[in-house]
Design a binder for this molecule. Structure first.
Ligand code: GAR
Length: 208
């Protein structure tokens, strides 16, 4: 059974999707061992408590440098014995230490079809605002391994979602979450825990 650490900063609906997937057997070979929030008061912490999952806050603003924050986060994850780290709406950019200790073990969910609407500054609602501004007819979500390039790591899964006339960023965000994020994130974590993901030449192979 692999230990899954989930890093959050906000509402935690993707965390909820992982909790549900664990309960209903979609994730069979992993268990959420802890939730770490980058922010005090994030509702995701409440979800962790309601499900008896140990929850901690490691906030960037409590540390004087990125390196100190990075070290504290890495230590917390080591202490929890994490085998895989899932960024489920985690706001802070990760540092070098965590990326080297957990190489190819950190999974992120991003609310667009990478390489569109991604990279530094593309977070949450902003991603959907930009998609609507551009006028794309299809958007979606991407699950990928985290590398030093923001949103540039090897892609595990993607799912397309239709953009409809009259969409607001909020309406589009909700549709992308329901139809894509909450589906592909638990599935990708499940594949990781089953040992079915392999990174080769910067690309993900899904083993049979
Ligand atoms: C999700 O839409 C996730 O894809 C996005 O933040 C939201 C968090 O919601 N992440 C990013 O934009 C990362 N660049 P949640 O707290 O309800 O899961």
């Amino acid at each position: 059974m692999l230990k899954i650490a989930v890093l959050v900063s906000g509402g935690g609906t993707n965390l909820q999707a992982l909790i549900d997937a664990q309960k209903n057997g979609i994730i069979r070979n992993g268990r959420i061992c802890c939730v770490i929030s980058g922010k005090e008061g994030a509702y995701a912490l409440e979800r962790a408590k309601q499900n008896d999952i140990p929850a901690y806050v490691v906030a960037r603003k409590s540390y004087s440098s990125v390196a100190d924050f990075d070290h504290a986060l890495t230590e917390k994850l080591k202490e929890a014995g994490a085998d895989v780290v899932v960024l489920a709406g985690f706001l802070s950019i990760l540092g070098d230490e965590i990326l080297s200790v957990f190489e190819n073990q950190i999974i992120n969910i991003h609310p667009s079809l990478i390489p569109s609407f991604c990279g530094s500054g593309y977070y949450g609602l902003r991603v959907h605002e930009e998609a609507l501004k551009y006028g794309v007819k299809v958007t979606g979500a991407t699950v990928h391994f985290v590398s030093k390039v923001v949103d540039g790591g090897a892609i595990i899964a993607q799912k397309a979602v239709e953009v409809k006339d009259g969409d607001t960023p909020e309406i589009l965000q909700r549709r992308v979450m329901e139809q894509a994020e909450w589906v592909i994130l638990p599935r990708a974590v499940s594949l990781f825990c089953d040992g079915k993901l392999k990174v080769e030449n910067g690309k993900v192979l899904i083993l049979e």
